[in-house]
Design a protein around this ligand. Structure first.
Ligand SMILES: C[S@@+](CC[C@H](N)C(=O)[O-])C[C@H]1O[C@@H](n2cnc3c(N)ncnc32)[C@H](O)[C@@H]1O
Length: 457
């Protein structure tokens, strides 16, 4: 790999004798990783081995996920290089918290946060570019997340809609991507000596909104996949100077993980910058990241408490539509707890809103909780998202084990399956490796295929 001379000079200057191993590491192949999804009923992958664990976090392993493999299609794994997995560990979401992932596509950190929340609380995951937000939404769907709102908004609009709303806000900033050089050689083409400064200015702009979104006493987590001090320590130095209500908190760096402290001398010398974390590719098996954790001061007693935002109202659905849905759930998902007070329609699609769903009227949302399905004329058709979010035990007898019947390839291809199984007329949950993969409709000895056309092969 040909690194720009200005890049080499810069890091020789910053790192001195340590620059040799750093520049050498960038020439070596990186290690792939993935995380297991604890939201799934069955958590042993079919094709991936769980022998080599990433040294931090509960769910991370080394190995390469096959994009069309069953572990990926059922949402049992999320491909994420090891150093990126540390960011979620620093977020450390607790079930019940309200978390915002501000720059979230394609969803590596968001799916990690969803694992930590374990269905309780709210994950608001946002991506400014709509095309990328759609990919984020698909990944949230495959992961089987029920309590996420996916939006595509500018950070300043989000700050107007939900001021001081979140317990924790993650900004995994769009950056100069020096930590991507090994994985993505195009990242080198974008790079110039001035590029980190440009990216830092964009980070400052997004942070001006991010600080408003954190509740008093809440946390802001800032991360990049670049080594550039302009975007890392210097940006955090800028932040605490302009927003003194934020203090830099220590990050626990597990012994033996190879994670290093941030470098105060590369910014304004503020010793608290040593509380940030740097992941260097010469010190650990990963591409490289920077992470900082900041706490916003609590409000003083005489300060006015922030007004609680309005809650999202459910939709008033017609009795006929509710009956259609109830019929589907009784027949095909009898074990699913359908809380009718949280149903919200968007056109003909019905969503089960997260328990803590704020008013969505000033937001641009692609997914509001779990998409249950679509109301068609005189019938309810379950959504693919529902198949990925349920535990197969909730489907009672309306389950078809594709492995046991040796029908997996037929189903993924989109073909009809003939069966003599004792199934009731109606929708059947199709499972692979113990987890939901999609729907089929059983009529006259045939399972009609509802696997999404875009996923078939
Ligand atoms: C480092 S990536 C996020 C990766 C993601 N957190 C993950 O783990 O999969 C940064 C994201 O910021 C988005 N972005 C670019 N410009 C932005 C802006 N001005 N405001 C907010 N997000 C922006 C990019 O499109 C990109 O998806």
């Amino acid at each position: 790999m040909d690194l720009p001379q200005a890049f080499i000079d810069k890091y020789q200057d910053l790192l001195g004798s340590a620059s040799g191993p750093f520049l050498q590491a960038l020439q070596e192949p990186g290690q792939k990783g993935f995380r297991i999804n604890p939201l799934k009923a069955q958590q042993t992958p079919r094709d991936l081995s769980l022998t080599k664990k990433v040294p931090y976090g509960q769910w991370g392993y080394f190995g390469q996920v096959a994009g069309k493999g069953i572990d990926h299609l059922t949402g049992l794994v999320y491909s994420q290089e090891p150093s990126a997995q540390f960011v979620g560990e620093v977020v450390n979401a607790k079930p019940g918290e309200k978390i915002l992932d501000l720059a979230a596509a394609p969803g590596g950190k968001s799916t990690h946060i969803a694992s930590q929340l374990n269905g309780q609380g709210l994950l608001w995951t946002n991506e400014i570019f709509f095309a990328r937000a759609k990919i984020l939404s698909e990944n949230i769907e495959r992961f089987g997340v029920k309590n996420a709102i996916v939006s595509s908004m500018d950070a300043s609009d989000l700050a107007k809609a939900l001021p001081a709303y979140f317990d924790k806000v993650l900004l995994d900033a769009p950056c100069s991507g020096e930590g991507m050089f090994r994985k993505d050689h195009d990242a080198i083409q974008y790079w110039s000596a001035y590029y980190p400064t440009e990216c830092a200015m964009r980070s400052h702009e997004i942070l001006e909104s991010a600080v408003k979104l954190v509740r008093p006493g809440g946390e802001l987590i800032y991360s990049t996949c670049t080594f550039a001090p302009e975007e890392d320590e210097q940006t955090i130095a800028w932040l605490v100077k302009h927003y003194p209500e934020f203090t830099i908190e220590a990050i626990d760096r597990p012994a033996g993980s190879g994670i290093q402290a941030g470098r105060p001398e590369w910014a304004d010398g503020n010793p608290d910058l040593a509380r940030t974390a740097r992941l260097w590719p010469q010190d650990l098996p990963g591409e490289g990241h920077f992470v900082a954790r900041l706490k916003k001061a609590e409000l003083a007693e005489d300060e006015r408490p922030v007004k609680a935002p309005k809650a999202q109202k459910p939709s008033k659905m017609s009795q006929a539509d509710v009956t259609l849905m109830e019929h589907f759930f009784q027949e095909s998902l009898p074990g699913f707890d359908l809380d009718e007070s949280r149903l919200r329609t968007f056109g003909d699609r019905v969503f089960l809103l997260p328990v803590d769903c704020p008013d969505l009227s000033k937001t641009k949302v692609l997914r509001a909780g779990l998409c249950l399905g679509t109301l068609k004329k005189n019938r309810f058709e379950p959504d693919h998202a529902l198949a990925l979010a349920v535990n197969p035990s909730q489907a009672g007898k309306q389950v078809y084990d594709l492995d046991a019947h040796d029908d997996l390839a037929t189903y993924i291809h989109g073909d009809v399956i003939n069966t003599k199984d004792d199934l009731q007329k109606g929708f059947v949950l199709m499972t692979a490796n113990g987890n939901g993969l999609g729907w089929a409709k059983f009529v006259n000895g045939q399972l009609k295929n509802f696997f999404p056309k875009g996923l078939r092969y």
